[in-house]
Design a protein around this ligand. Structure first.
Ligand SMILES: Cc1ncc(C[n+]2csc(CCOP(=O)(O)OP(=O)(O)O)c2C)c(N)n1
Ligand code: SF4
Ligand SMILES: [Mg+2]
Length: 241
């Protein structure tokens, strides 16, 4: 296994079949393929199932308080611009409690990469509605299905003059790896949204296994190579700068 992961801490605490395992393994592979190492790279996470990332990486990492991964990452980058600074955190952490930081770090175009694992709920705390929850989704706190428009992460990350936004899934491994590479190499603020679902708490659709989730993701999304605003069912990237 890639030595950028703390192998002595494996298996991870995540539920069996959770797609976070795929993201962790491929993220470590991407760093290794880019020649990134503990000498030049820092990973920052907030709180949540995804927030466990920082603790599993075998390099300097910070497990911040809930919602504060981006400002901590921005501070690290400003103090030591030579470092590659990468945030990996959840949709609730980054777009709910931490949403204000996302707006302003992307506006300041600070040279960090943010990887958001969007499972459309607060997974760790039991599956509550998040800003990302789709209309109609049944969650612990929307038992009749959410009737609230979800946050538009693509729109939010492309509001200003310079931007990089990519959308991918753990079922599209090569695409996910390439878009993370593009984002890390991007000079400026870059954001990768990894769409997935929580196999333990997602209710509609519900999944019995990780395999079912991956098959669902494969058939729910189409790839596009064009540099343009992505439709809801598309994976790709849109960038300017
Ligand atoms: C200040 C504060 N408020 C609330 C919480 C409880 N809390 C922990 S994780 C979390 C949400 C996690 O959701 P997300 O970021 O989407 O991560 P996931 O578990 O889905 O990967 C919440 C609300 C907390 N730890 N700290
Ligand atoms: S609760 Fe959901 S997001 Fe958290 S580890 Fe389990 S499957 Fe993954
Ligand atoms: Mg989540």
């Amino acid at each position: 296994m890639n030595d950028l992961i703390k192998n002595e801490r494996m298996p991870a605490i995540w539920c069996q079949g959770c797609s976070l395992g795929i993201v962790l393994g491929q993220f470590a592979n991407v760093l290794a393929e880019l020649g990134l190492s503990k000498e030049n790279t820092v990973v920052v996470s907030g709180i949540g199932c995804t927030g466990r990332f920082a603790g599993y990486m075998n390099l300097d990492s910070v497990h911040t308080t809930h919602g504060r991964a981006i400002p901590v990452a921005e501070g690290i980058k400003r103090a030591n611009p030579e470092l590659n600074v990468i945030v990996v955190s959840g949709d609730g952490d980054l777009s709910g409690i931490g949403g204000n930081h996302l707006i302003h770090s992307s506006r300041r175009n600070i040279d960090i990469t943010v990887i958001c694992v969007n499972n459309e709920i607060y997974g760790l705390t039991g599956g509550q509605l998040a800003p990302t929850t789709s209309i109609g989704s049944v969650t612990m706190t929307s038992p009749k299905g959410s009737d609230i428009e979800p946050i538009n992460l693509q729109g939010l990350c492309t509001l200003n003059k310079n931007y990089f936004y990519a959308r991918t899934t753990p079922a599209h491994i090569l695409h996910m790896k390439e878009r993370i590479k593009d984002a890390v190499k991007w000079k400026g603020f870059s954001f990768v949204e990894i769409r997935t679902r929580c196999i333990t708490r997602s209710k509609n659709p519900a999944f019995k296994t990780g395999q079912e989730l991956l098959e669902w993701l494969k058939k729910s999304y189409k790839l596009t190579e064009e540099n343009r605003v992505l439709r809801e069912d598309e994976l790709g990237m849109v960038k300017n700068g």
